[in-house]
Design a protein around this ligand. Sequence first.
Ligand code: NAD
Length: 488
Amino acid sequence: MKKFLKVSYIVFFILALWYWLKMSFKDNVNLHVDKSAKLLNFSDDLLEHLKSIHSLIKVNVGVVLDGKINNFTGWRAVHSEHILPTKGGLRYSETVDQDDTEALASLMTYKCAIVNIPFGGAKGGLKINPKKYTMPQLREITKAFASKLINKGFISPALNVPAPDVGTSEREMEWILETYKTLKPDDINYRGCVTGKPLHRGGIAGRTEATGRGIEEVIREIFRHEDIVKEAGLKNKLKENEIIVQGFGNVGSNLAKHLYNRDNAKIIAIGEYDGYLYNKKGIDINALIEFYQKNKNINNPKLGEFKDNPSELLELNCDILIPAALENVITINNVDKIKTKLIIEAANGPVSFEADQKLYEKGVMIIPDIYVNAGGVVVSFFEWVKDISHIRFGRVEKRFQEQKILDIINLIDKKTNTKTDFDTIKKIVHGADEEDLAFSGLEDSMRNAFIEIYNAKKQIKKSFRESAYYVSLKKIRNFYTAEGFPKR
Ligand code: NAD
């Protein structure tokens, strides 16, 4: 009997391990959805509908390069059409596949609901290593990929609006915009077919930095709540804590820049795919950004010690760990080696479901991706509104605001018989320009969402992640009760 129990235990263990190992990114997301949906008493049929992908396209893009046809596979997934247009990044990477694209599309749905942005969730990707191609080749490939998506209704200002993600930037968005304009010249709102495009093409000031800046707002908000700082075991002030950032791309570098310049933050390590830079006294982020822009790597011995073991980075001692590169970097394989107090999920899906459970049991606080990196889509929304309203934010009222401030100063001077000096006037009299307004709206969205999640956390007494999904699912459910779906 004893032997039988022992064998059963081993078989059970192997089966459990096999189950965890074969779990995909999408499975991970849906396990989180299941947990919070249970708290909201979702019926099985509604839950199944919400977890399913509402539409999906897989394309094969053939492009002639140097006299040979090169084939690329791409996807665009629409997770939920409860609000249109749907919104989500376009990724260029060799690891892109259908499952991950679907998972990332679903995260977009939950993310938009959390920050009250009226978009459904979508995502797209092309299986390609962009580093292997020249700029003109990438332009050809992007235009061919975009044409397929546009012709099938998977890119349009009214239905489906991409933005930059891993491996893409405003450059690709501009190429897509050009393609859309050529194919749909009668669409007056054509500039709204993508966000994250260059300013001269209808982009918005601040969009490139928005995700990183939004994450900085999240961290600032945490430090406004003494009880959360205490619960996480952090030092009272942001600048007293040691921070590690994995990934020095768009999100990681902009986040580090804002933390360093606006909060005096001490970032002791920055990781890239080929290693990490370590400096216990804190890295000079401005100097690193300058170096990275010139050299495309972070190996600068003047700024810290470079170690060529990238995975070691996550296992270093720190107060705040910020994965800002890829999904599934903290899993069952390394979770026991994580030595931090707070994880800020800047990347999408950096912590696997089982690692998340273990970290929660260990008392490591995690602020989840579906809230943390929503700043990008918040400012994308402002960009889209700008494009379909055909006017820059602040254009009409900036000078009016300045005149009103000047009138108030003059009135105070008159009543108090004083004269405000020119330098002070110059400092105070400043009407909001587009970037001011974008960042103000971003801060407001991130702070309001934090409070909503935190209130839910106090109510349901669960983790920040469960609370974020709870808030999101509760809002999305309202759409289904109003659209002819049975009331739940
Ligand atoms: P990016 O391509 O600009 O940057 C990613 C960086 O990570 C690159 O510098 C890359 O070299 C580095 N990297 C790759 N493998 C690594 C490894 N093993 N260790 C350390 N670094 C590694 O992409 P991004 O736009 O900064 O996106 C990063 C993450 O943030 C992704 O998960 C993305 O989905 C998410 N995100 C991005 C935005 C946005 O506005 N760009 C918005 C929301 C979420």
